[in-house]
Ligand binder design. Structure first.
Ligand SMILES: [Zn+2]
Ligand SMILES: [Zn+2]
Length: 399
């Protein structure tokens, strides 16, 4: 690609910077929960209209898909941003603090939407300079099952025109502004959810022999579940089993009838996942029957493993070195046990999910995702928008 175009994209993105900050702050101030992103959809549509970028809204109810057509011929590259917020009360004392009580952009999706809009404005501005098409997907519901991405795929966003490669990003305060992170292969886990009910027979706390105590059974079950990771699966695999909630009983001297538990199971190996419910079942069956109790298990498979494509990563790294400098393109040292519904696109089309640095210790923007103090460094907005546009063009050139 002409270095001239690279410089033009950089300069144009810096020029856009105040506008990008305004967009990000508007979205941040008006967060909406998963699958209820109606105002966010309207706002994204308004910005696209202002720039005469064609789009379709209401895709999977609250999604938006924009299309930028360069010169005829060429391939189709997609850029994806998620737009939903979380049920968290914002504790940041900033002018753009959330106006919606108990709802907050604490995962950086306000940045993702802004970067995608900035990339769209960029690509639209330079559409005479490239051949091919870029589809920009703004999807709902990344934070909540079944995952907005799965609904967008069902709605046909990867077709008409058919997408050849897709890129998605996530804010990441482990990287500085101007840096990106990449990872080959399995990058993020499949996050499954489990609900367990231990059924016993309640009674007097002073006469446990006349009861089947589900609290004691639950205690043994929780410990035994840890053995899935430590004793039942190859130790070189990545797996975590966590019980996050346990509930049962009312008071000191009453043995309850049942105990309920909720938890998560995460793996990085798609072949391993289907085997886990059987292992949990085996533990539940063995322990509850030993004490005369019973159980119910609900196992919900979550988003698939994020499996990045090698060719897409090669393109990402090449674009990153050219646009940001070699020293700013970093390998993510470990895969994440977090989940991400971007994997639904990756099941259908080649692509990669990368990290955009958003840290700035001086500005205090280093908080961890999903925290009530999470914030991003807005200097990442023009960098992210320019780089995403450049990356799309690089992919069009390479494919
Ligand atoms: Zn999140
Ligand atoms: Zn997120």
């Amino acid at each position: 690609m002409a270095t001239d175009l690279k410089r033009k994209i950089e300069a144009f993105s810096q020029e856009l910077s105040p506008k990008l900050v305004e967009i990000r702050r508007h979205i941040h101030r008006n967060p909406e929960l998963s699958y209820r992103e109606y105002e966010t959809m309207a706002y994204i549509s308004k910005i696209l209209s202002e720039h005469h970028i064609p789009y379709k809204k209401g895709v999977a109810d609250t999604g938006v898909v924009a299309l930028i057509e360069g010169e005829p011929g060429g391939k189709v590259v997609a850029i994806r941003a998620d737009i939903d917020a979380l049920p968290i009360e914002e504790k940041n004392d900033v002018s753009y603090k959330s106006k919606n009580p108990g709802v907050m952009h604490a995962c950086g999706h306000d940045l993702h939407a802004t970067v995608a809009l900035g990339a769209a404005i960029n690509l639209n501005h330079f559409k005479k300079s490239f051949k091919g098409t870029v589809k920009i997907i703004f999807q709902p519901g990344e934070e909540k099952n079944p995952g907005g991405a799965s609904l967008m795929v069902k709605a046909g966003v990867l077709e008409n025109p058919k997408v050849d490669m897709i890129f998605g990003l996530h804010s990441d305060s482990r990287f500085q502004v101007g840096e990106i992170g990449y990872r080959y292969g399995a990058a993020m886990a499949e996050p499954d959810e489990i609900a367990i009910k231990i059924k016993g027979k309640g009674g007097h706390g002073a006469a446990p022999h006349l009861t089947v105590d589900p609290v004691v059974i639950a205690a043994e079950v929780i410990l035994a579940l840890q053995k899935i990771a430590s004793r039942m699966i190859d130790p070189t695999e990545n797996i975590v089993v966590t019980i996050g909630k346990i509930e049962g009983g009312q008071t000191t001297n009453v043995i309850p009838d049942e105990v309920n538990m909720l938890g998560t199971v995460r793996t990085l190996n798609p072949e391993l996942t289907p085997k886990i419910p059987g292992m949990i079942e085996q533990i539940l069956k063995g322990i509850t029957s030993a004490y005369g109790g019973d159980y119910e298990l609900n196992y919900d498979f979550g988003y698939p493993v994020v499996m990045n494509d090698d060719q897409a990563n090669d393109i990402l790294i090449e674009a990153g070195k050219e646009f940001l400098g070699s020293e700013n393109v970093k390998e993510i040292p470990m895969p994440s046990m977090g989940g991400e519904d971007f994997s639904f696109y990756l099941q259908k089309v080649k692509g990669t999910f990368y990290r955009l640095g958003t840290a700035n210790p001086e500005k205090g923007t280093t908080g961890y995702w999903h925290s009530s103090h999470y914030d991003i460094n807005e200097d990442a907005l023009p960098v992210g928008a320019g780089f995403m546009a450049y990356l799309a063009l690089k992919a069009l050139e390479k494919l």
